[in-house]
Design a protein around this ligand. Structure first.
Ligand code: SF4
Length: 244
């Protein structure tokens, strides 16, 4: 498996040794250096994926300030909050950009006919696979790298996040400029620059996804992924890490 991974990586121009060395260097650098490296390496074959959370707001702003013009996309499951769509519109206007909508052709009604009503309650992994994982895979199939807002401090499952990683599911490099940042550091930056953000964050939602699978939580929690798939063991939708 390791040999297979190394062969894929070397075919895509980076050896595992180069990746390890880069990641070591990026521990001492900031998000801008990682973004600039990504742009010099992959050009416009690098894209930014966002769910319009705090990390996404930070990254959209940094790309804009650095003059890095790469496609920005979001996964529209057809089940997002109105506040999320409104934020998308505000961001497009403020930065004068178009954010690409990536979505399944399967409507929520068609999904209910085929798999039964409220699949997210009975089999959320299947629902995420249909509405997120497959559309993402299709979109990334002709790309070389995607930037994400993944941070190590977000959860136990994300604690090993590297700045640059090979994503075997989508066969692209994954670039995580905020891997070593805390959530508080990102929020401090957002407030210091007056960047737009989802108002649901001020109403008890630390993490915001689809309406049926996102709940407000107690103010006291320090779990930055709290409120997602409440009442189940699931913590990941499958686009970054295997479903848990
Ligand atoms: Fe379905 Fe919930 Fe996953 Fe959204 S987060 S795709 S509603 S299971």
């Amino acid at each position: 498996m390791q040999k297979f991974k190394e062969e894929i990586i070397s075919n895509k121009t980076l050896s595992q040794d180069q990746l390890d060395s880069l990641n070591q260097q990026f521990e001492m650098a900031g998000p801008d250096e990682v973004l600039l490296w990504g742009y010099y390496t992959f050009g416009a074959d690098m894209v930014l994926g966002t769910g319009f959370g705090s990390s996404g707001m930070f990254l959209i702003y940094r790309l804009w300030e650095l003059g890095i013009n790469v496609p920005i996309f979001y996964l529209d499951t057809h089940l997002l909050f109105n506040e999320t769509y409104e934020l998308r519109d505000r961001v497009e206007k403020r930065f004068d950009i178009q954010i690409t909508r990536v979505s399944t052709d399967l409507s929520v009604e068609e999904q209910a006919e085929k798999y039964g009503d409220k699949l997210w309650e009975r089999n959320p992994n299947r629902c995420c696979y249909l509405r997120k994982v497959l559309p993402l895979r299709k979109y990334l199939s002709d790309k070389k790298a995607w930037i994400t807002g993944l941070r190590r401090s977000q959860s136990k499952t994300r604690e090993n996040t590297q700045f640059v990683e090979w994503d075997p599911e989508n066969e692209v490099f994954k670039i995580n400029p905020l891997a070593s940042w805390t959530g508080q550091k990102v929020w401090n930056y957002i407030h210091s620059k007056g960047l737009p953000y989802n108002p649901l964050h001020d109403n008890g939602y630390p993490s915001i996804g689809c309406i049926p699978c996102t709940q407000p939580v107690d103010d006291e929690t320090d779990d930055q992924r709290a409120g997602r798939w409440n009442g189940s063991q699931k913590t990941e939708c499958g686009i970054h890490l295997p479903t848990q």
